[in-house]
Design a protein around this ligand. Structure first.
Ligand SMILES: Cc1cc2nc3c(=O)[nH]c(=O)nc-3n(C[C@H](O)[C@H](O)[C@H](O)COP(=O)(O)O)c2cc1C
Length: 366
């Protein structure tokens, strides 16, 4: 596969693994080996479309509650919106009842996703106490029952994202993983921290390597991949099919480009233009009121990393409306206006036909 490099970008020297190589998840072709992580409160459609634009081979929705789908909760149903330029896209569901999971998977399929992803990794008590998320790693038989029910329900490939286990030092993923493949999972993503660890310590990718040696389906490595060097190291040392990028991509789509082997820090104008596009899309997706709260953490993420002074970031967070933030950003980086216009042309219109199939009130923020 040939790679298009924007002018001025060049490959790193020590490339071992070709990150542009395509791979298959079930029957779905994934055009690259960098995957954008599902992150609750982050992985909205604007984030996923941006990730695809920077070269993520696969993007994923945040975890969607099966109970919310069952009850027809409008905000939950909003998570099932799929735009035509997101593909390939996985939508992730969480729950504990096999039949409810199967029904939710049918809804995911009908919404137009390419892959149904199951969450067996969420460590948050609110989720684990309902028997969902990482708690299923303690019950491999039930976990396999869920996977089998979902696989039976849809024609799409079914993937599972999990942690190493619930307890610190656990190696349960090496037992649960193969059982889930046996039950029909077409791919596994491993974040090799325990649920107990939350995000402390480090992701022990020696477990990822062990898991790869035990299953015949693609494994995706998630956890602490923040640079091209680390991505190369993880891929070559584990034999994983792809690396997943989470926190490093928050307010930082450029890390995807960097990990794919292209150097180049964004200019302040580029940063502001991407942020403005993200803000406009978020408002369209979530409605002005919800978006204004949702976006605050993104101001710090985009403008941090030594890109803009702290005082400027703090000032933005205090502004009342998204429109005011937009004005302030354009005053700080006037050259961003022209870049934004270009980005909006490039990004193209959303596939309104798909959007129209959901209740209209969702557009207003629900
Ligand atoms: C804010 C946040 C929200 C997350 N939400 C989800 C989620 O909805 N589903 C999931 O499977 N993992 C979720 N994760 C875990 C990430 O997908 C990823 O596995 C983890 O952050 C480790 O990767 P990283 O070191 O690249 O961030 C979340 C992580 C963060 C930081």
């Amino acid at each position: 596969m040939t790679t298009r490099l924007p002018q001025g970008h060049r490959y790193h020297r020590d490339v071992v693994v070709d990150l542009e190589a395509r791979w298959f998840l079930g029957g779905v072709e994934i055009p690259g080996r960098v995957v954008l992580a599902p992150m609750a409160g982050v992985s909205v459609q604007a984030f996923r479309r941006q990730g695809r634009r920077y070269g993520a081979g696969l993007v994923c929705s945040e975890m969607v509650s099966v109970a919310g789908i069952q009850h027809g909760n409008e905000r939950t149903l909003g998570y099932l919106r799929v735009a035509s330029d997101e593909h390939p896209l996985a939508i992730q569901i969480f729950g504990s009842d096999p039949e409810a999971m199967a029904e939710a998977a049918r809804r995911v399929e009908a919404a137009g996703a390419d892959i149904v992803d199951i969450n067996f990794g969420c460590p948050v008590r609110k989720v684990t106490k309902t028997g969902a998320g990482a708690s299923l790693l303690d019950d491999p038989v039930h976990a396999a029952r869920i996977v089998a029910a979902v696989v039976r329900a849809v024609d799409l490939p079914v993937s599972v994202k999990m942690r190493r286990g619930t307890a610190n030092g656990s190696r349960d993923c090496l037992v649960v993983g193969p059982a889930l493949v046996e039950a029909g999972a077409a791919s596994l993503t491993l974040h090799p921290r325990s649920a107990r660890q939350m995000y402390t310590g480090f992701a022990d990718h020696s477990l990822t390597a062990e898991l790869v040696s035990l299953v015949a389906v693609p494994v995706v490595a998630s956890g602490d991949v923040t640079s091209a060097a680390r991505a190369q190291e993880v891929l070559s040392q584990t034999g994983a099919e792809a690396v997943m990028i989470g926190r490093a991509a928050q307010g930082n789509p450029w890390v995807i480009r960097e990990i794919r082997g292209m150097s180049g820090e964004p200019s302040p104008e580029e940063v502001v233009a991407e942020l403005l596009l993200f803000m406009r899309e978020s408002v369209r997706e979530l409605g002005e009121r919800r978006a204004s709260g949702f976006l605050k953490k993104f101001y710090a993420w985009y403008l941090g990393r030594g890109r803009f002074p702290r005082a400027f970031r703090q000032e933005l967070v205090l502004l009342q409306s998204v429109e005011e933030v937009e004005r302030r950003l354009l005053a700080a980086a006037p050259g961003a206006a022209e870049l934004l216009e270009k980005l909006e042309r490039l990004d193209g219109p959303l596939d309104e036909v798909v959007l129209d199939s959901l209740p209209i009130s969702i557009y207003g923020g629900g």
